[in-house]
Design a protein around this ligand. Structure first.
Ligand SMILES: [Zn+2]
Length: 85
């Protein structure tokens, strides 16, 4: 018995989605994060003086939920706190 039926092409293949290799993806993301300057303004109002606060660094604390250290961008205040990620 002859079989002319072919299997349909898989949808999730490298050919059909032009996927990005992990090492390329990671190096691009690393470059992006390396260009960030801290403290980075985050739109949060300081509870002490009302000025804008900023993320202090690029460290995410592995608490549940994860948090980031933030600081008031007003040099006369410098209030430190934590925000949920
Ligand atoms: Zn403040």
């Amino acid at each position: 018995m002859e079989h002319h039926e072919s299997f349909p092409k898989a949808i999730n293949t490298v050919e059909s989605l032009s996927l990005k290799p992990l090492n390329i993806f990671n190096s691009e993301r690393r470059k992006f994060h390396n260009h960030e300057i801290y403290p980075k303004p985050n739109g949060i109002e300081c509870p002490m003086c009302g000025n804008e606060m900023g993320d202090s660094d690029n460290i995410t604390l592995t608490s549940i939920p994860p948090q980031r250290k933030i600081e008031c961008l007003n040099k006369d205040c410098k209030h430190i706190n934590y925000r949920i990620v």
